[in-house]
Design a protein around this ligand. Structure first.
Ligand code: NAP
Length: 309
């Protein structure tokens, strides 16, 4: 019998319990799944950062902490966590992110607001360029950035991407390192941020890097709030150097009601809804990792604690 503690917000139990039980049964795992188990008897923790577990020291026999979230910045520095930590890579999460990013890139590419927000009765003709003539940059070529890059490439966008290590992705100009960032920024009419929040990625977009974007560039951030120096972005939005930004994630969430982003006319705020882990597909990933843990095989999607993601 394998004891699995479900440690996310209580309302998530209703959506996850059945998919997890189904996935465990399909994987042939004999599991006791509960939201309440004595810590010393827990083999695996299905974890969310906003759930009840913050101190991992009583979980002495726990073989793995399996995060339901892709972003692990809230747990990676937890000194009580000595157990292996995995992050969520879920096809449903990736699918949702592809749809959200593609939608917002198309909004900018087609200048949809010109007609949607029109208050006058003028017949103003504006023909957008083809996607093949629109340069999109994606910072972060991981699971989500690569999926978005592939979808945008399939629509013929001219996509460049940036990662920490060298990468090769079909039809995408891949860059890395400080020079690579400059190359991607210099040509990105639309810039998408899909980096994790780590000490190395904090303020990736700051006054200097924003200045490297072409005048009138648009920024889409479904990554993390910490990636952007907010004052620098607001300054660039006010001068028009950055024409518009769509921001899904913030340093403080919910975004405080008096935050300048709410009143900034060229900012769209969305409430951290770009994409969510989907219980049906995520439960299979959790079950596979427990199967691996029991079989002594390496976990999938193990977090590199030193790199922070
Ligand atoms: P991932 O697979 O770990 O990919 C991260 C990418 O960022 C990798 O390409 C990595 O480079 C790159 N990177 C990391 N540090 C870097 C650095 N210092 N310089 C340059 N590149 C760096 O992560 P993912 O699954 O794609 O998720 C990305 C982020 O999306 C998550 O961390 C989370 O913050 C965010 N997210 C947001 C939502 C939402 O609803 N808004 C939902 C899910 C996830 P390498 O390839 O070289 O490692």
């Amino acid at each position: 019998m394998i004891n699995v503690l479900f440690a996310a917000r209580p309302e998530r139990w209703d959506t996850y319990e059945a998919p997890l039980r189904t996935a465990f049964a399909k994987a042939g795992l004999d599991v006791t799944l509960s939201t309440d188990l004595p810590p010393a008897e827990v083999d695996y923790i299905v974890y969310a950062p906003n759930g009840p577990v913050t101190d991992f020291s009583p979980y002495t026999r726990t073989k793995g902490v399996l995060s339901l979230w892709a972003g692990v910045e809230k747990i990676v520095g937890n000194a009580t966590l000595t157990q292996p930590l995995t992050r969520m890579v879920d096809e449903g999460l990736a699918e949702g992110m592809v749809e959200w990013v593609t939608g917002h890139v198309l909004r900018y590419h087609l200048d949809m607001d010109q007609d949607i927000c029109r208050q006058d009765s003028e017949w103003q003709v504006h023909i957008p360029p083809l996607a093949r003539h629109r340069k999109v940059g994606i910072l972060g070529l991981g699971e989500l950035g690569t999926a978005c890059a592939r979808a945008l490439t399939a629509l013929n966008f001219d996509v460049a991407g940036w990662s920490r290590s060298p990468k090769s992705v079909d039809s995408i100009a891949c860059h890395h390192g400080a020079e690579g960032l400059e190359a991607v920024l210099g040509q990105s009419e639309i810039l998408v941020l899909l980096l994790p929040a780590t000490p190395a990625t904090e303020n990736t977009l700051n006054a200097q890097t924003l200045a490297k974007l072409p005048k009138g560039a648009r920024v889409v951030n479904p990554g993390r709030g910490e990636l952007i120096d907010d004052d620098a972005l607001l300054a660039a939005l006010n001068t028009g150097h950055i024409a518009h930004a769509t921001l899904d994630v913030f340093r403080i969430e919910p975004l405080p009601t008096d935050h300048p982003y709410w009143a900034q006319p060229n900012v769209t705020v969305t409430p951290h809804i770009a994409s969510e882990t989907r219980p049906g597909t995520a439960a299979k990933v959790i079950a596979e990792n427990i199967r691996r843990g029991e079989a002594g095989e390496p976990f999938l999607y193990l977090v590199d604690r030193a790199a922070g993601y």
